[in-house]
Design a protein around this ligand. Sequence first.
Ligand SMILES: NC(=O)C1=CN([C@@H]2O[C@H](COP(=O)(O)OP(=O)(O)OC[C@H]3O[C@@H](n4cnc5c(N)ncnc54)[C@H](OP(=O)(O)O)[C@@H]3O)[C@@H](O)[C@H]2O)C=CC1
Ligand SMILES: O=C(O)C(=O)Cc1ccc(O)cc1
Length: 397
Amino acid sequence: MVDMDKIVVGIIGMGDMGKMYARRISAAGWSVNACDKPEKYEALTQEFANNSSIRLYADGRLVSRSSDVILYSVEAEAIAHIVSLYGPSTKQGAIVGGQTSCKEIEIDAFRKHLPEDVQIVSCHSLHGPKIDPKGQPLVLIRERASDESFALVEKVLSCFGSKHVYLTAQEHDRITADTQAVTHAAFLSMGTAWHANNQFPWEMNRYVGGIENVKCNIMLRIYSNKWHVYAGLAILNQWAKKQIRQYAESVTELFKLMLGGHREELEKRIRTAGEAVFGTVGNQRELLLRDDVLDRYSLGNVPKKRTRNNHLSLLAMVDCWWKLGIVPYDHMICSTPPFRLWLGVTEYLFRKPQLLDEIIDTAIEDNTFRSDDLEFTFAARVGSAAVVLSLGAFHKS
Ligand SMILES: NC(=O)C1=CN([C@@H]2O[C@H](COP(=O)(O)OP(=O)(O)OC[C@H]3O[C@@H](n4cnc5c(N)ncnc54)[C@H](OP(=O)(O)O)[C@@H]3O)[C@@H](O)[C@H]2O)C=CC1
Ligand SMILES: O=C(O)C(=O)Cc1ccc(O)cc1
């Protein structure tokens, strides 16, 4: 029988997520041992001087030796190396998990470097460190653990109030490739395109208001996060390559149809994709996003008259889901806030027949967005090529 009062939670990696975990878990009454790299020991000790439930150590070996439930909250690309350093020192019978976004490589590292008596239960909070975890999905992966140990991890993490989702490492990686990887690829391409055209989109009338707000805000949010979070997901998740490549292909093919003025072919393709992805939703279910919400977070003054856009990035998203047989609603259980917003705006566009008609007309007749779309297409292609090359290099090494 586990004595709950004596359980110590260890956190290796006190970056944004590690600190959030340490603060919330200690606030829930658990003792926490934590560390980052040795050179950050002094600064962390000062930062947490007022929190007597968090004990800082100089390195992960000391945390591993003295903790019962240990979470690695480090860069995904470094997990194998870091577990190889501290894993062998893990306390006998302890339970180990991690917070990286790529579970197959993380679990491989645990299986390789942890002693056999150590149990493995991993997790992934599907939101950033500044978001209230209440109600957000928290994936739990029971890789090798007794019922009692699994229950203990769930009890510790229950302080977040998140929605627990039970998956295997492979199921997790396949779903996050469908949702996160391709969502990030789209927003990173938008940012690259705006940069290539020397534009701050929030300063331009045509990018203010409605769906354009979502594009600008989420693009900024993705660019303001740490680069390794998104690069890790795209490069280290073996399933992400296919999605990102298909997205780039969908962007390119749709853009060519627009440029060539092939209305019939374009319309047929868009409507077939829309029917495959949204056809079963039915009009009775409410839209995920409402107009007043779309306009609320404007970065500029919303113009009286909206500029028509062909929304290439969104059309390509639906085309990509259709080509890969992905039903995005099936992945809501394991979705991040940017994915839900992204699905919300694509759904908005496809379930408003007049808007979709207007988009198809714009795609063929209106040249306003052509140079932006050209840069967006380049960006999607270059991004996809980079992921394919780096993924190859990573998995060979
Ligand atoms: N940020 C987010 O929105 C989310 C992130 N994640 C995942 O969680 C993990 C942590 O992310 P996040 O907190 O944002 O990233 P951070 O970069 O803020 O945190 C990682 C921390 O681990 C430290 N670290 C590196 N090597 C060691 C080591 N040998 N021993 C101890 N600490 C070490 C890093 O130091 P240094 O910076 O010097 O390398 C850094 O402080 C990542 O795998 C990320 O993909 C999951 C969900 C959401
Ligand atoms: O809310 C956001 O911006 C995110 O999408 C944060 C995020 C980044 C990486 C993850 O593995 C999970 C969530």
